[in-house]
Design a protein around this ligand. Structure first.
Ligand SMILES: [Zn+2]
Length: 190
């Protein structure tokens, strides 16, 4: 187990990086890391790498930990679809590889299976070291992949015209309406 390598990073170092970046050791980041590794391996050398994840949990952190794609630089997009899947692609060629989990084979991995199963109420949090052992032994066995072609690059590169909100005086994209989103009643603060 200790000789496992995730995206070129020895397992022990990977765990340290996970703790630094994500705050704690998480099965989702480990599984996500192996998914990222699979996608990049299948995709081959990609000068203009972008990634899109189909869930807001775990996978975005695995991508940011292991690739140059981040939320802030726009090369990582996050879809709130609740699906544990991601696509790595070249934003110039639009050729990509989507990876997702093989839910049929998951039955062979009881800890991963129950960790994923949100149907039962008394779902127990697994001990990380135990489920990690299963994830590392499963490796690519649990991960499906296929080549995909994107309709378009997902990074929003068009600059929108901005102006000052007449209510709060802050700058906002004018296509949001006559005032900024916050002043339209969407504020998350008092
Ligand atoms: Zn405003």
């Amino acid at each position: 187990m200790s000789e496992s390598v995730i995206c070129g990073i020895p397992y022990k170092d990977f765990l340290i990086r996970v703790e630094e970046f994500h705050g704690y050791r998480s099965p989702g980041i480990l599984l996500g890391g192996i998914m990222v590794e699979n996608a990049l391996r299948e995709l081959g050398p990609t000068p203009y790498l972008n990634v899109v994840t189909e869930t807001v949990v775990c996978l975005p952190d695995a991508v940011q930990l292991l690739t140059p794609c981040t939320i802030g630089n726009g090369f990582l997009q996050i879809l709130d679809w609740g699906k544990f899947a991601l696509t790595a692609y070249d934003r110039m060629t639009l050729n990509g590889v989507r990876v997702w989990l093989n839910y049929e084979r998951m039955a062979d991995y009881p800890l991963i299976n129950s960790w994923f199963d949100r149907s039962t109420e008394n779902r127990q949090k697994p001990v990380f070291e135990e489920i990690a052992k299963e994830i590392l032994s499963a490796t690519s066995n649990l991960i499906n992949h296929r080549s995909v072609r994107l309709y378009r690059a997902l990074k929003i590169s068009q600059r929108k015209p901005t102006g000052l909100c007449p209510k709060c005086g802050e700058s906002y994209p004018l296509d949001h309406g006559p005032t900024c989103t916050s002043c339209q009643g969407e504020a998350y603060y008092e």
